[in-house]
Design a protein around this ligand. Structure first.
Ligand SMILES: NC(=O)c1ccc[n+]([C@@H]2O[C@H](COP(=O)([O-])OP(=O)(O)OC[C@H]3O[C@@H](n4cnc5c(N)ncnc54)[C@H](OP(=O)(O)O)[C@@H]3O)[C@@H](O)[C@H]2O)c1
Length: 230
């Protein structure tokens, strides 16, 4: 493991985003595509995926985004980001468990929270975090990392605006963290910060809640994090 403030790792060329038709998945797809990464935007419905892709590309042939159904996207990629609501993440993983490639990496983006009376609340997870919840459901041959959990969808969608922030990365092995960090770094303006094992997901997921609360107080949609001193 590189001991510097940014985790070392290879560059990446293609990813799949499962649940990619939502705000977070679409925003990430846009940022990756603008960075030259080939993106497969996946949905339960291939038609919905294709519609989202057409909407994102707006006729631009230089952006490499294609639509696919969730199962096929998982089977065809070595790096899969998961951007579905946390409440449905386990069922999705259970449904597609056997389709994950041996040696592939799942990057969990889900945040266990609910909105009660319009207020965000953390949802307690038996395993400790969403990331550990998903780890428990996947074969050992699939590596699990968590990242992109503190990146606001509203800002991701405004591709002309710099992100200029850090993104925490945790994972179940050094290799998982290095690979996830490379995915983070492929988007300009993002620095990957190594937060350690998947247990750190418990803290990172609470930081998303904090960002939402800060947004409310400051009437913003863009609160995010920068670590100083490393
Ligand atoms: N929004 C943010 O700013 C933000 C920031 C950081 C992290 N996150 C996390 O990222 C994830 C996605 O957020 P989002 O706002 O994009 O969510 P969303 O729009 O509510 O959902 C994303 C996609 O999940 C799929 N989905 C919905 N219900 C499903 C089910 N029962 N089974 C399987 N797939 C289902 C849908 O795609 P199809 O119907 O096309 O299959 C939907 O478009 C969440 O876990 C959220 O906590 C969000």
């Amino acid at each position: 493991m590189n001991s510097s403030n940014d985790v070392a790792g290879p560059s990446i060329s293609r990813i799949a985003i499962v649940g990619g038709t939502g705000a977070e998945g679409r925003g990430l797809a846009l940022r990756f595509a603008h960075a030259g990464v080939a993106v497969t935007l996946a949905s339960r419905s291939r038609d919905r995926a294709h519609a989202a892709v057409a909407d994102l590309k707006q006729g631009r042939t230089d952006l490499r985004i294609e639509g696919q159904d969730n199962g096929a996207a998982i089977a065809e990629h070595d790096i899969v980001l998961l951007t579905v609501p946390f409440a449905h993440a386990a069922a999705l993983i259970d449904e597609h468990r056997s389709r994950f490639r041996a040696g592939s990496l799942l990057i969990d983006v889900t945040v266990p929270l609910s909105f009660e009376g319009g207020r965000p609340r953390a949802v307690d997870v038996a395993e400790g975090s969403a990331a550990e919840h998903l780890r428990a459901r996947l074969p050992a041959t699939v590596a699990v990392a968590a990242s992109f959990k503190t990146l606001p969808a509203a800002l991701l969608a405004r591709v002309g605006e710099p992100l200029d922030c850090d993104e925490f990365v945790c994972g179940d092995s050094v290799d998982a963290r290095q690979r996830a960090a490379a995915v983070v770094r492929s988007i300009p303006g993002l620095r990957a910060v190594d937060a350690g094992t998947l247990e750190a997901g418990r803290i990172i997921e609470r930081l998303t809640l904090l960002a939402i609360q800060i947004n409310r107080r400051y009437k913003s949609h863009d609160a995010r994090f920068r670590v100083v001193g490393i």
